[in-house]
Design a protein. Sequence first.
Length: 622
Amino acid sequence: MTEHDYEDLGLVAGLEIHQQLDTETKLFCNCPTELREPEEAERRFTRFLHPTKSELGELDEAALEESRVEREFEYLAYDTTCLVEDDDEPPHRLDAEAREVVLEIAQLLDMDVVDQAHVMRKIVVDGSNTSGFQRSTLMASDGEISTSEGAVGIEDLMLEEESAQRVEERDEGVLYSLDRLGIPLVEIGTKPDIRSPEQAREAAEQIGMLLRSTGKVKRGLGTIRQDVNISIAEGARVEVKGVQSLDDIDDLVENEVHRQVRLLEIRDELRERDAAVGDVVDVTDTFADTESGVIKSALESGGKVTAVPLYGFDGLVGAEIQPDRRLGTELSDHAKRHGAGGIFHTDELPAYGVTDEEVAALREAVGAGEEDAVAIVAADPETADLAIEAAAERAETALEGVPEETRGANEDGTTRYLRPLPGAARMYPETDVPPVEPDPSEVETPELLTEKVERYQDEYGLDAGLAEQVAYGERMSLFEQAVESGVDATLAAGTVESTVTELRRDDVPVENLRDDHFLGTLELVEDGETAKGNVGEVLTALAESPDLTAAEAVEQEGLGSADEDEVRGAVVEVVERNAEQVEEEGMQAFSGLMGEAMGALGGKADGDTVSELLREEIQKRA
């Protein structure tokens, strides 16, 4: 792919970071914030959602387009699902714990907290909220972070409710799970200060580090999402939603810049050719005897084939604009929004069972010449009409250049069309939740993760690598809790990082381990109730039987510690059994006898204790 001069192109980008908070309860009710398996659902219900006008009587364009696609939304409810989540009861007051975490984040981002926070409704009719809108609250504004390429301003900090979790896409709609709906979520929006793909990634990493510094954000896949707003001077603002990994951000910005550059090049070529989009034509008769599986299947089901001539578009519908994505892919994305499987176009035909003769007949049917292209849709009559009109509208915008729109991030760093950019008409006040007056003086500024790394080295003697692993790891708060209770820092750090990693590699279900499992196991080691070397075995037993306590797991596995007399007795027995070797080799016999002594004790003693007693006994006889 061509390398671009981003400064010359006038690249402007901004980020929206969405991070779930790790609070006990949801934002507007007292339900827990734990995710459930769909199989645990106890009931289901269905909704059809439609857009409503704003206070000024306006309809949001994005919501309006979504409503044109008639879809049924089914929701999975659990034993923890309440009437607020069902949208059968007004929301409660803003969760106090979530408000506190947001104030900590505001301080880390050097932001000005609002005097009074008002909850707003944001229209969302894609089914991701049972109410048809998402509740959102501005908490702070005007902050800043530093990057190696300069400062990036922070526009706003919002406290929002998370959407329902998409479980299954269906022909008639979507199945959602209500376990995620309402989890507190912060949205951090930067100013459009980003000027390169690398700076976009660095800014996202910096914000991510600040969020994790609170120790109160959820971790794991899906708990943080990045949206990226991207434009170039002659292009248009495009919002790319749902970037799951920081590793994808720079590639995504690079690919979107390339897409806009290519669309501008295609626009210029189309204008040079005096290109135009024709009227939609029913070409069902042209394919009456087709052997194309897709088209034949549609016709046998009572469907039809619609076409649109694209005058002057020959060779450009198939032009690549992103890796493995073409202008035709853009037209297809719009058609798919209306239920079609996609489009065929003459830049790729004959193919898919469509013959040369059928292509020639198609061109004749719509009045297309050799310099023209034709796009077709085969589907049920209503879908075929809507889908080909959507593809034609997208072809029209190709004559103008780059359309403003919302796009979705693909796993390969490319993007796909989702919907038009939303406007201000989607926001209006939430009258069921009273405003709050945040007080930043009630919270302390959290210690940065970078500062924790230094402290762990200075205060606890951890090496730099382990200190960084623990500080940036998912169990940082657990480590600090263990150390505060008197557990050796090196033991605690090694357990929550190295030991867990080893167990995961051995397919131990470590996701079943709770904080009390770790703390209980570590405290038993500190109290001499089990040996350090047994930590992995105890945690394995707890992972496989989560209802056990650490003490019960130690007893079940026979991992209790021997007292000093028992350890010394076992050591003396090993030395006496190998008396001749000890007399001949002296301390050189230590290594072999150490393994034998540890084996004799069966994990009931720490290696340090056994080593010390063994050295004493060898020295007596050497």
